[in-house]
Design a protein around this ligand. Structure first.
Ligand SMILES: [Ca+2]
Ligand SMILES: [Ca+2]
Length: 95
């Protein structure tokens, strides 16, 4: 597998691991999203421990308003975080 294919596989693995913790296996509840944020995005989501911020993020991500975040909704979030990361990395310039 290529690097990018591996990265995609890892993304799916991480989602599955957290989504499988409670309720439906294929979607994230608010608690599952919170756990994922705290463990997997400690550098980017500084307010992951802030309940109000998590609630707001959850509402924003839950595009179809079914009170669960599915994989499609999750990757939109990962894509926007990656875009921020890209900008940040390029701002720092070459080492
Ligand atoms: Ca779940
Ligand atoms: Ca949803």
């Amino acid at each position: 597998m290529s690097e990018l294919e591996k990265a995609m596989g890892m993304l799916i693995d991480v989602f599955d691991r957290y989504a499988g913790a409670e309720s439906k296996k294929e979607t994230l509840t608010k608690q599952e999203l919170k756990a994922l944020l705290e463990k997997e995005f400690p550098n980017f989501v500084k307010n992951g421990k802030n309940n109000e911020a998590v609630n707001k993020l959850f509402e924003n991500l839950d595009n179809n308003k079914d009170s669960e975040v599915d994989f499609n909704e999750f990757i939109v979030f990962v894509a926007s975080l990656t875009a921020i990361c890209y900008k940040y990395c390029h701002q720092k310039g070459p080492k």
